[in-house]
Each structure stands twice: as C-alpha cells, then as structure tokens.
Design a protein around this ligand. Structure first.
Ligand SMILES: Nc1nc2c(ncn2[C@@H]2O[C@H](COP(=O)(O)OP(=O)(O)OP(=O)(O)O)[C@@H](O)[C@H]2O)c(=O)[nH]1
Ligand SMILES: [Zn+2]
Length: 185
C-alpha cells in the first residue's frame, strides 16, 4: 500500500504546483503516506484481537465509567482531522472488561475515516459485543478541523454525540448517573 499511496501524494504535490524533486519534499510523499496509514490504522485491527481475552467473570453490578479518553480521527468528508474525547460507561452483567480495552476500542474505530455519529455508535456496539452488559453509554465531544480551519470557520464549536443502549436508554436514572459522572471534574 505504501508505494501506491506515496505515488498519490507525489501527484498531489505536483497538483499544488510544488516541485516534488526539491530537497525538502523528496521524502514527503512517503512520510505523508506513512502518516495517513497511521491515522487509519484501525482498519487493520479487529475487536477480537484487541480484546485479547481480557474479559473477566465478576459479580459487579455497579456502573463502570472511563471518561475523557483522547480520540483522534479523520473526517471522511474532507480528509482532515477531528479530535476530542470519549466517555464510556457500562453496567456489567456478570462480565467486566480490562479497563485499557475501552481505550483500545476507541482506537479501533477512531483511527479510520469517520463521521462522529458512526464512531459513537460503533464504540457502544463493540462494548456490547465484548461483555454483553445490561447497557452501554458513550458520549463523544469532538472538534472538527473542517469546521475550524475552513468552511464556516467556527473555532470554538464542539460537536457532542451520544449513544445509549439497554438500561441507559430505558432508565432515566441510570442515564442521569452516567451523565453526572461524565460531567464532574
Ligand atoms: N454529521 C456529520 N457531519 C460531518 C461530520 N464531519 C463533517 N461533517 C459535515 O459534512 C458536511 C459536508 O457538506 P457539503 O456541503 O457536502 O461540503 P462542504 O461544501 O465542504 O460543506 P461546508 O463544511 O459547510 O463548507 C458538512 O456540513 C460538514 O460539517 C461528522 O462527523 N458528522
Ligand atoms: Zn469534514
């Protein structure tokens, strides 16, 4: 993939009117291709391999929340970054997940071309698949460079999306508890 992508970036440099042969740009196509492959490395990861069996039987039926997980993704409409933070809560039902795996799930789905709504849902569905909890809640707060550096140029705008599944959808008290935990500093 790297050689083909490098050739594309070389063409892009020429299209910009740049000289891809000048010293500073000689290695840029390959560097840019490597960077793009890093930004989209989630395509090569599967939920199963990332979970690595870090699922434990545990009789814990209180909410688990990991909040403010940093996220960097790529807007599929403009191929520019959006970034922010993700908070995940779930109510275990006999099984708990290794804590780092919640952040790894964020990596799988953020490191690819995305829209924030789909990212939010995919994270929630993955946690459901992993531990079949009584419910999952995901809140994503994102800054979209396509709205900051170009387009409407609203530098302070933030986009908030959420997915609530199971008890978080059905029971307002559970949802409220999660949102309170997410919003306390
Ligand atoms: N729903 C959603 N929209 C997004 C996301 N990222 C970017 N967009 C929007 O995708 C839309 C694409 O709209 P178009 O009118 O086709 O493209 P555009 O002319 O570049 O739009 P502007 O950004 O308004 O200049 C824009 O409204 C973007 O704000 C996202 O994660 N979710
Ligand atoms: Zn965009």
């Amino acid at each position: 993939m790297l050689p083909e992508m490098s050739r594309s970036y070389r063409l892009l440099l020429s299209s910009l009117g740049e000289n891809p042969e000048r010293q500073g740009l000689l290695k840029t196509p390959e560097r840019a291709a490597k960077a793009m492959l890093f930004f989209t490395k989630g395509y090569d990861q599967s939920l199963e391999e990332v979970l690595n069996d870090a699922i434990f039987d545990e009789d814990h039926d209180e909410m688990v929340v990991v909040k403010d997980i940093e996220m960097f993704s790529m807007c599929e409409h403009h191929l520019v970054p959006f970034y922010g933070k993700v908070s995940i809560g779930y109510l275990p039902c006999g099984k708990i997940l290794g804590l780092s795996k919640l952040a790894r799930i964020v990596e799988i789905y953020s490191r690819r071309l995305q829209v924030q709504e789909r990212l939010t849902k995919q994270i929630a569905v993955a946690v459901t698949k992993a531990v079949q909890p009584a419910g999952v809640a995901v809140v994503v707060e994102g800054v979209h460079m396509c709205m900051v550096m170009r387009g409407v140029q609203k530098i302070n705008s933030k986009t908030v999306t959420s997915t609530m599944l199971g008890v978080f959808r059905d029971d307002p008290k559970t949802r409220e508890e999660f949102l309170n935990l997410v919003h306390t500093k």
